[in-house]
Write a protein that binds this ligand. Structure first.
Ligand SMILES: [Zn+2]
Length: 403
């Protein structure tokens, strides 16, 4: 016994690197849910949204059952977690439920259980406008593939996305740390915009990126290349594939930490027995437990932002403090942080006519200071919001502009 103990201590002193190599990595597991209305007709301008998967006792509600969560356990005794990517699209604005239909309903019903189960709330955005579809020879809420100040319907593509983000933040008082793009669409202009806003992007299910790439920071010139932008783009597959999972466990057994992220939808669930989310998560658990045994590798259920933070080894401050000050002399608002901010903080405001919009703040003199100059005259209220590199969000109190 003594010899074994001495040997362990010695090798630890002699070479941490040597020891580290032999320690298997961890497989971080992220269950993503694109949370949408399950029967949205993309070829109708206006319609009432079908929200039947939100009904108490049905699909989403069932995934919060403690007994079921407890039945899916990782190597550390933790339980399955979901990251809820709540969908917004311009088309929802034209429904009776309104622009905040999904986030509003979801948070109202499940916010407490999101917190108690350690889930995460994130943003899922479909970049679409009401425009002509050549193939169907009809107008529809169609994916628009530009982010270049082009106008399709009422406003530019950039304004469309920024107003959706603003509404998400302002109406829910939630600043998302993680993002998934609708239809997995991104282009470089969109990526550059997103890079000022959200630190973790789980949109990569792209054929342009090698399947072995777990996370990367994209290039400003090409979202599909590695570069020096700030956010982490994480591979997130559309179905759990055993070959892909086996490859990840093999890498972990050789000492590398890896992320296995996959996404599903809150579809189905029109009866109590048909729950795609529960069946999917249980099937994944089965494969994970099997591979974990075979490779001697531990897996851990994580939220999207936890998984990538641990993967890149972020050193996160315990708290993320800020001071907001309004200056009526020049109608500005300034914000000072006690640490580095991810990207650029934003000001979100609501006009008296109910429309919600946002803009980036600009750097002010002094460290970690930002300023915004209000030029709009009919702002009713506003908030300042942003996020740290670790995904810690901050939202100011609601303020009113100077008169
Ligand atoms: Zn979607």
């Amino acid at each position: 016994m003594f010899a074994v103990g001495a040997c362990l201590v010695m090798s630890a002193c002699m070479g941490v690197r040597f020891l580290k190599k032999r320690v298997p990595g961890i497989v971080y597991v992220v269950d993503c849910v694109d949370t949408e209305s399950n029967a949205f007709n993309y070829y109708r301008y206006s319609q009432s949204l079908n929200m039947n998967t939100f009904v108490p006792g049905y699909l989403i509600d069932q995934t919060f059952e403690t007994a079921w969560r407890d039945s899916l356990t990782d190597s550390f005794g933790g339980h399955v977690k979901f990251t809820w990517f709540l969908m917004t699209i311009e088309g929802y604005r034209h429904t009776p439920q309104g622009i905040n239909a999904i986030p509003g309903r979801f948070l109202e019903q499940f916010k407490d259980r999101v917190l108690s189960h350690g889930d995460e709330v994130a943003w899922h955005y479909h970049h679409a406008d009401w425009c002509w579809d050549e193939q169907r020879q009809a107008k529809g809420w169609k994916l628009i593939r530009t982010f270049s100040d082009s106008v399709y319907c009422e406003k530019t593509d950039r304004r469309l996305a920024f107003d959706q983000m603003a509404s998400f933040v302002y109406l829910n008082r939630v600043y998302p740390a993680s993002f998934r793009s609708g239809w997995n669409w991104e282009n470089t202009d969109f990526s550059n915009w997103l890079d000022s806003l959200i630190p973790f992007d789980y949109s990569n299910n792209w054929p342009d990126i090698d399947l072995s790439v777990i996370a990367y920071r994209p290039s400003r010139k090409n979202v599909f290349r590695r570069g020096s932008l700030s956010r982490q783009v994480v591979r997130c597959v559309d179905r759990p594939d055993t070959t892909h999972l086996r490859a990840l466990f093999e890498r972990a057994s050789a000492g590398e930490d890896v992320i296995f992220a996959y996404y599903g939808h809150n579809y189905g669930g029109t009866n109590r027995k048909n729950n795609a989310l529960k069946t999917g998560a249980a099937a994944v658990q089965h494969i994970l437990a099997d591979l974990s045994n075979r490779y001697g590798v531990a897996y851990r259920y994580c939220t999207a932002s936890d998984a990538i933070s641990q993967y890149v080894g972020s050193h996160c401050p315990d708290s993320f403090g800020l001071t907001v000050a309004k200056n009526c002399d020049d109608n500005t608002v300034t914000v000072a942080f006690d640490t580095l901010v991810f990207g650029t903080p934003i000001v979100c405001w609501e006009l008296y006519n109910g429309s919600i919009s946002a803009d980036f703040m600009t750097p002010d003199s002094g460290q970690h200071r930002w300023v915004y100059n209000f030029t709009h005259t009919n702002v009713m209220a506003f908030i300042v919001a942003g996020i740290s590199r670790c995904g810690q969000s901050f939202l100011s109190e609601e303020m009113t502009p100077c008169r």
